[in-house]
Write a protein that binds this ligand. Sequence first.
Ligand code: MTE
Length: 313
Amino acid sequence: MLILPSNDTAPSEITPRDLFDNRRRFLQAAGLTLAAGAAAWIGAVPSARAATKLGPLARSPLSTDEAQTPFKSVTTYNNYYEFGTEKEDPAENAGKLQVRPWTVRVEGLVGKPRTFDIDDLIKLAPLEERIYRLRCVEAWSMVIPWLGFPLSALLKQVEPQGSAKYVQFVSHYDPKIMLRRPVLDWPYTEGLRLDEAMHPLTLLTLGLYGEVLPNQNGAPVRVIVPWKYGFKSAKSIVAIRLVEKEPPTAWNKAAPSEYGFYSNVNPQVDHPRWSQASERRIGEFRKRPTPMFNGYAEQVASLYQGMDLRRNF
Ligand code: MTE
């Protein structure tokens, strides 16, 4: 049975205490004071929800039929460290992000590099609703009705060259409105192998719950890679680069022994400081076992055939 948190439950109260403490310890080890970071944002204007509807849209058959996490939890329990390191910080602070005008530069080893205006990007391919499980490395998960289209539709437009083997995603960074402390090496960067980026499950995401993305969820455009830990899904993307070598990524640079490049959801490979064997769906109290590749093994296991997934964690 789903037990939903009441409306006035603070996100910190629905976070398993040990995981909260683990992330705190990581940040403290990095010489950071959470309180100071949070204090810098006190008085910030709460994020105004954009009213722009994107739906109703056709639901992709790649959707799960599991119960969806309530909109309120999806939009108030976030990781978007540029806007603060506590779960409630992004909802409080990301309202400062200006999401129009916005462009995404797609460049690197491509035949036709191009800068896409966000309003053109929305029309590039038919938008659809994709209900995906999102499993965070912190061992909680949500089920979210995202809106978007396969990233492959965008990549095909720029004609990747044969030498392109990886894709790097670069998030927006503006020290005037975002955290200046070096919690991570800003701008936030992530990466995928080209075949992972071209996989039909990988979603260029422009909305959720029928509306444009709320700022705290990565407006105006992010990527969602449902078989990997949530941190692979970079928010508020301004550049996508096709490159030959495995690109550096923000969390891997911060703690290479904890966050590998692949970061496939794998219950057999624990995070060095906690187990990945189970997870807690936000809104539930019980823990549930975590499936391999976050339940998408049938679709993606072949991408990793012959690879040692303990070494390539
Ligand atoms: N992208 C940027 N730019 N900055 C971040 O801090 N956090 C990541 C990922 N993308 C992050 C990011 C992590 S750790 C997770 S779990 C997901 O975003 C959370 O997405 P959500 O807040 O929409 O649930």
